[in-house]
Design a protein around this ligand. Structure first.
Ligand code: CAA
Length: 255
């Protein structure tokens, strides 16, 4: 225990990995610790945003030592997918703040987030094919949805490591932060998000996800139509619009 930390401040929580000697490579124990914290995050109504940030290196992938002797059965047991899905399913917005390497299962962890911000010196990629495997923690599924099929295939088939600038060009990251400023940029964005109507933000996340999962565009629009109308039954909608006319900042109750 003790290689993952969770810090909470002003409704923003930060999840960090602390295994510097292995560039924050993700062992089974680390991912299980993340899983324990996810329960806490899920059950804390005061939280408005999660930042995933680890000092110096986001994560240099899954721990290769843990996988080298795996067979099909133990590879399935080792897989991070069930826990990564729980991060992607969190109701609050999530931001991955990437410093150093985000490779393989590390980049897949970043892909579970809603928004990615990268330090200008960070490096990202899917080197799995160089090890005789392919990304198996949601990478082949989430990457094409985020950056499109062609760029996802290029990264996954070549195993090449790209710069933050290139990651921005292909839409893998939302923003490139100047050196050593990535956490500050992520915190700024999280603060901005946390000031908005929390029910509206959560429902927007859910609606975007449901819309992406629905192939029929008209059905997706129907989902939006229903969810949008539901917001008019919340106290926060009344408060937000009243505050606008009273020329003051809204005091949202998360109701
Ligand atoms: N697993 C286990 N250990 C790792 C690791 C990993 N993914 N990445 C780095 N380390 C360890 C190294 O073995 C090394 O340990 P020792 O000091 O005991 O030798 C230490 O971290 C420092 O690494 P390097 O000496 O290699 O540092 P470098 O600066 O020369 O290179 C690097 C950095 C290019 C990131 C290189 O470490 C590297 O290529 N790492 C592996 C990256 C990778 O292939 N990730 C994908 C893993 S597979 C995966 O993630 C599967 C999946 O889909 C879930």
């Amino acid at each position: 225990m003790g290689q993952v930390n969770l810090k909470k401040e002003n409704g923003i929580c930060t999840l960090s990995i602390n295994r510097p000697e292995a560039l924050n490579a993700l062992s089974r124990e680390i991912v299980d610790e993340i899983d324990d914290y996810l329960e806490e995050i899920k059950n804390d109504d005061a939280l408005r945003c999660l930042i995933i940030y680890s000092k110096d290196n986001f994560a240099a992938g899954a721990d290769i030592k843990n996988m080298i002797d795996c067979d099909k059965k133990s590879a399935k047991e080792f897989s991070f997918s069930p826990i990564y899905n729980k991060i992607a399913d969190l109701k609050i917005p999530t931001i991955a703040a990437i410093e150093g390497y985000a490779l393989g299962g590390g980049l897949e962890l970043a892909l579970t987030a809603d928004i990615r911000i990268a330090d200008e010196n960070s490096k990202m990629g899917f080197p799995e094919v160089t090890l005789g495997i392919f990304p198996g923690a949601g990478g082949t599924i989430r990457a094409p949805r985020i950056i499109g099929e062609a760029f996802a295939k290029e990264l996954i088939f070549t195993g090449k490591i790209i710069s933050a600038e290139r990651a921005y060009e292909i839409g893998l990251v939302n923003l490139v932060a100047s050196k050593n400023n990535v956490f500050e940029e992520a915190y700024k964005m999280a603060t901005r998000i946390s000031k908005n109507g929390p029910v509206a933000v959560r429902m927007a996340k859910d609606t975007i996800r449901q819309g992406l999962d629905e192939k029929d565009q008209n059905k997706a629009i129907d989902i939006e139509f229903e969810k949008w109308a539901e917001l008019f039954e919340t106290e926060d909608q009344k408060e937000g619009m009243t505050a606008f006319f009273e020329k003051r900042k809204p005091k949202y109750k998360n109701k």
